[in-house]
Design a protein. Structure first.
Length: 68
């Protein structure tokens, strides 16, 4: 079974984030939030992005905050 690579919310562009189901149209806001507040340390922080509260839940399986 092949799985798609996870999208790192700390390094992805707005366009890459817009390709994730459930995040369409929110990539710019995620990148702007990241620029103003710094790196995401937990995917739950996506709920703090304006306009995204509760909308990213279904997308979290395709996302990561990076790190090794």
């Amino acid at each position: 079974m092949s799985t798609a690579p996870l999208i790192d919310v700390n390094t992805a562009s707005a366009q890459e984030l817009d390709q994730v189901p459930g995040l369409q149209g929110h990539g710019f806001e995620i990148v702007r939030y990241r620029g103003e507040r710094g790196r995401f340390t937990d995917l739950r922080q996506l709920d703090e992005v304006p306009g995204l509260t509760g909308k990213a839940d279904a997308s979290k399986a395709a996302l990561t905050v990076g790190g090794d």
